[in-house]
Design a protein around this ligand. Sequence first.
Ligand SMILES: [Zn+2]
Length: 339
Amino acid sequence: MDALFCVPMLSVFLIPVLSSYSTTLNFLFFYMTWSTLVLSHTPLRVEIFGTIAIRVLFYALPSIVMFLFDILTPSAAVVIKAHGSTGLPGGKRRRNIRLREIKVAGWSLLNLCLAIALQWGIETLCVRAFRMRSALKVTLKLPMPYEMVRDLILGMLGREALTYIIHRFALHSKESPLTKLHHFWYHQLHAPFPLSGHYDHPLTYLLSNFIPTYLPAVVFRFHMLTYLIYLVFISVEETFAYSGYTIMPTHFFLVGMARRIDMHVLTYGEGNFGPWGIMDWICKTTVGDTEVIDDAADDAEERAREKRARKVYDSPPRKSAGSTPRAPKPTAGSAARRR
Ligand SMILES: [Zn+2]
């Protein structure tokens, strides 16, 4: 475990904060710590413990905190949910969390461990059994900035294409035997909520999540540092895109991705198979947001109705005897709905 918590790993994220140092000194310090890390541990340990650290810090921990926030304080969480109480782990039942929601969280974390174990197995097989070079590059030489940007773009595009192809043709095709598994597991969710990003049958999860994430990194043989940055982007994306929240650290990409994933679940997999929506746009499988707007409108109206009712009951009784409180005027939305 010493590799997980050692200073070199933390310095990757701390260096930008230390503004008192000049850029050159920062770089030298970083290079020294990176060299110490590479020289004192085997490439396999650097890769696996680096992956665990990123997944724990940027996916597991924030998702667990959000999940607990949702189940322990549903009245506060529902305010920032895009689909109101539908987006809570317990759905409209709010406080009645069943074993099922805990099971979803448990399987999600188990799948994550399974993916890391598989990555460890692949690397061990490559290096020790087949005497091949490691799938990822763990070297003293640091990658050039343009190489990192190029690899990140290639990796993200590869992941988008692979996720789309596997999700659409292996998990949502009548001929595929995996469709049943994906529907019985993932598509039993009423809406995405924190930790549901890694929830699915282990087999379909490895196929639709682990392979599209890991394969581009192996094909383009990412440098370990590039892979860690790539994994940070993916972990942050999975944490927020599956949260169901309207509040995000950035509106750039994340909100659009989150609503696309919501629509995939709400329409029971009619479209939106890729995470970024590029492949869906090219292949014309984007699912519109009419239902989302309707659903959100339903919840907003329900909340407004509750508020009005509370106001009527809380207000002091009128002076004139025999007068009855007037019913609140119907909104345009509710009138349209009755029609
Ligand atoms: Zn699906």
